[in-house]
Design a protein around this ligand. Structure first.
Ligand SMILES: C[S@@+](CC[C@H](N)C(=O)[O-])C[C@H]1O[C@@H](n2cnc3c(N)ncnc32)[C@H](O)[C@@H]1O
Ligand SMILES: [Zn+2]
Ligand SMILES: [Zn+2]
Ligand SMILES: [Zn+2]
Length: 350
């Protein structure tokens, strides 16, 4: 497996900081240029002249607060160990922060789009004919959503649904159509951080309002039979294409298929979504979304905020495992304790 991370914690910090810090100090000296400077010009170790000035405070001049001297721009975050785990693949950098120990994040291949199996030929969805903007009444895509666009004009999802249809490549509406949200990718500045009890987790640097799109759960798309063979590394498997039994709307393949399920495996190939932990009182939820193909057996898994979330609060969703149904390769029931810390914690992930 390729290792995309290059952990150069100390070197990076030094090369970023040093020249800028020097420049700053120079400006500070100029601001405090004495009116009658006393100076001397001794020779340095290499024989060149070194200009030395004694700085004097102008009468009444206030002292500079340390935060004015140290610009925020140059402050490094405590525990910062990777500048960008995406290696430039996402539009927004995602840092890794570890204030618990000196471990770096595990290596995996960062991808931004689902990897479909070679045999898979996507069925292109039919589009709407809305030339200007899509609206609840006339748009064919809104009709697939039960006659309403599922997002408001700020891009927030209005309510959780079994399946959301966004406008897609065959629609005549522009990219700015408000029925296109998750397909434009992440907008929120996330970081991964080391937790005490749950490995790495994800949080946002800014506050998040309820209904905001967070990120997709991206990985390799596998048939369930293939996923079952990966029992040794099952921590990043996400069963997809479920919960449609109560849906009366929409068309396309994959409805009520029952047996041939699919799973997304983010163990080797994945995005930031692979780091989001489970909680028994989650603040996110997983929403099925279709836009670029119409096979309901393999919707995109899009994570949305289920409530207003303050900055730096861990982002979590409910994994929905059924206890006593996860087995190891010998058929023994696997038990995983939950450390979500919620007062409503049931004690077990599975
Ligand atoms: C999809 S990964 C989440 C990211 C993971 N923490 C990491 O460091 O890569 C799922 C795994 O994280 C751990 N995990 C997630 N939520 C947890 C929780 N509430 N309590 C204990 N472990 C948890 C479990 O090991 C689980 O199998
Ligand atoms: Zn549209
Ligand atoms: Zn459309
Ligand atoms: Zn719990």
């Amino acid at each position: 497996m390729l290792n995309l991370f290059r952990f150069r914690r100390n070197r990076k910090r030094q090369t970023n900081l040093r020249p800028k810090a020097r420049k700053r100090q120079h400006r500070f000296e100029k601001q405090h240029q004495p009116q009658n400077p006393r100076s001397c010009h001794p020779r340095g170790p290499l024989g060149n002249l070194v200009f030395k000035f004694e700085l004097k405070r102008i009468p009444g001049q206030p002292e500079l607060a340390i935060r004015e001297v140290k610009s925020k721009k140059f402050k490094t975050r405590e525990g910062l160990c990777v500048d960008d785990i995406t290696n430039g693949k996402e539009k927004i950098r995602i840092s890794a922060v570890n204030t618990i120990n000196d471990e770096n994040p595990p290596s995996f291949n960062y991808i931004t789009k689902i990897m479909y199996p070679d045999w898979y030929r996507p069925v292109p969805p039919t589009g709407c004919d809305c030339v200007g903007r899509c609206s609840d009444k006339r748009c064919k895509c809104a009709a697939k959503n039960g006659g309403e666009i599922p997002y408001n004009h700020n891009g927030a999802i209005v309510e959780a649904k079994p399946l959301v249809y966004e406008c897609g490549p065959a629609c005549k509406c522009p990219p700015s159509c408000y029925n296109r949200v998750t397909q434009h990718g992440m907008k929120i500045q996330l970081e991964i951080f080391k937790t005490e009890t749950r490995g790495w987790g994800v949080r946002s640097l800014n506050s998040i309002s309820s209904g905001s799109f967070i990120c997709e759960y991206v990985g390799e798309l596998l048939e369930d039979t293939e996923a079952e063979k990966r029992t040794g590394n099952d921590e990043y498997l996400f069963d997809i294409g479920q919960n449609y039994s109560d849906m009366g709307t929409g068309t396309g393949v994959g409805m009520d298929t029952g047996t041939d399920g699919f799973t997304i495996d983010a163990a080797n190939y994945g995005n930031v979504g692979r780091f989001i932990n489970h909680s028994c009182s989650p603040n996110l939820y997983a929403q099925n979304v279709l836009y670029d193909q119409e096979d309901k057996r393999m919707p995109h898994i899009m994570l949305f905020a289920a409530e207003n979330i303050p900055p730096l609060q861990e982002l979590t969703y409910h994994y929905n495992y059924a206890v006593d149904t996860v087995h190891d390769s010998d058929g023994n029931i696997k038990v995983k304790k939950c450390f979500c810390g919620s007062t409503e914690c049931t004690g077990r992930l599975y």
